[in-house]
Design a protein around this ligand. Structure first.
Ligand code: BGC
Length: 411
């Protein structure tokens, strides 16, 4: 009698813990202060629904290290439930037949209607929704410390390339570092997104990076873009090699440097440091790219998991796509919502500008996928582009040789 009672108690305990044990394992590279704060919004949402969050952070911007870690897990037949992934990386995984099918949820919630088509190109494969987009970032942004610019006598935010160079000169002459930068291939490439847009415009960008036209890749315009990279290189401090992007942001935040060219995840660092847009810092488009947006979208790619984990995985996808969550999350992350029906009311000045720029660029055909963040070409080609960009930035390749190497990488 006593034993069976115990057994009943034990099995009841087991049943409750089985419910409580509903969990997701999430692989991501959001390890900086601002990124962790944004991720916290998602974790809290899930935990509020009784879903345990098993965190699998793999540091490294652009997600290269994360994709390598993922490969090992998929190869051993044990993928995490959800993975932060970018652009062509998503569809590359889908080709392997290892991803989940979210169509029933997507249909019920009308994702086809509310997610911008530029994102759907990557969220869907073979007619199936396989990923839930959490944001839209863009790479052609400059972040500036207003007090530094004032001390350097820079009165207005530069609007043209020449004005930008003149402002960098002034900042440098006033004893600050002109451009905060971290010498990592993906960061060099992030600069290049904006520089190529500023130099050749949207049509050239698409010809070179999307259509991989060898004549555009190995052209006088591309050489000019590389020459501009060399110009930028002269405003970077001597300790830039391998510096993480958020440490470069910190140099602007702390008033050591004037500017950083970086995607709007940098804003997450400014906000995390309690800095206020238009008061402490300014956000503006890379001079010469006004009206253009080179976007990248973080999506949570869902993998095929057993029945025991599928319920929690759907809860995660549903939480990500919730409009009020998209507002709360992106306000902290620095990005803008991946749905067209989220109001801009909760966003700060830079966020409101980001949302307006995205809508306008989409309408005028000036929205392009970020090459640096996997939205123009697949990793196999992107990595070849990275090599040329980094070699030239570090002075081991001329501009002309780098343009030629870009064309070769696209072959
Ligand atoms: C991602 C951002 C992230 C940044 C730096 C980008 O590729 O899209 O979400 O904050 O890398 O880690």
């Amino acid at each position: 009698m006593k034993r069976s009672l115990l057994a009943i108690v034990a099995s009841a305990t087991l049943a409750t813990s089985a419910v409580a044990a509903e969990s997701v394992e999430v692989l991501h590279w959001w390890t900086s202060g601002g990124e962790a704060a944004a991720l916290g919004v998602l974790k809290k949402d899930l935990e509020g629904q009784g879903v345990t969050w098993n965190d699998m952070p793999v540091a490294g911007g652009g997600g290269e290290a994360a994709m390598t870690a993922l490969r090992a897990r998929v190869t051993s037949g044990n993928p995490p439930s959800a993975v932060q992934a970018l652009g062509f990386d998503i569809t590359d995984w889908a080709k392997q037949g290892v991803v989940a099918d979210l169509n029933s949820l997507a249909k019920a919630e009308n994702w086809d209607k509310v997610v911008p088509t530029a994102l759907q190109k990557f969220s869907k494969y073979d007619g199936k929704w396989i990923a839930a987009p959490v944001n839209v970032h863009s790479t052609n942004w400059v972040w500036a410390n207003k007090a530094v610019l004032e001390k350097a006598g820079v009165k207005e935010m530069p609007a043209t390339w020449d004005q930008f160079i003149a402002a960098l000169d002034k900042v440098q002459k006033a004893g600050f570092i002109g451009l905060a930068h971290g010498g990592q291939a993906w960061q060099d490439a992030t600069l290049f997104d904006g520089v190529v847009l500023a130099t050749g415009g949207v049509e050239f960008y698409n010809k070179a990076f999307v259509q991989k036209d060898p004549k555009a890749l190995n052209s006088a315009t591309m050489v000019k873009a590389f020459d501009r990279m060399k110009q930028l290189r002269s405003y970077v401090d001597k300790d830039f090699s391998n510096r993480d992007w958020n440490l470069a942001s910190a140099m602007v935040i702390e008033g050591k440097a004037g500017f950083q060219i970086m995607g709007d995840w940098a804003k997450g660092e400014f906000l995390n440091a309690k800095k206020v847009p238009n008061k402490d810092f300014a956000c503006f488009r890379v001079p010469g790219t006004q009206g253009m947006v080179s976007f990248n979208s973080d999506q949570f790619l869902m993998f095929k998991v057993g029945a025991a984990s599928a319920g929690a995985q759907l809860k995660l996808a549903k939480a990500i796509m919730n409009p009020s969550f998209q507002s709360a999350f992106n306000v902290v992350k620095g990005s803008v919502p991946a749905r067209t029906d989220v109001p801009n009311t909760a966003f700060d000045a830079c966020g409101k500008k980001g949302m307006a720029d995205l809508a306008e660029a989409n309408k005028s055909g000036k929205l392009v996928g970020s090459m640096a963040h996997g939205h123009a070409v697949p990793a196999s080609i992107k990595n070849g582009f990275y090599d040329a960009i980094t070699a030239q930035f570090n002075g081991s390749m001329t501009s002309a040789a780098a343009a030629k190497a870009m064309a070769q990488a696209a072959e």
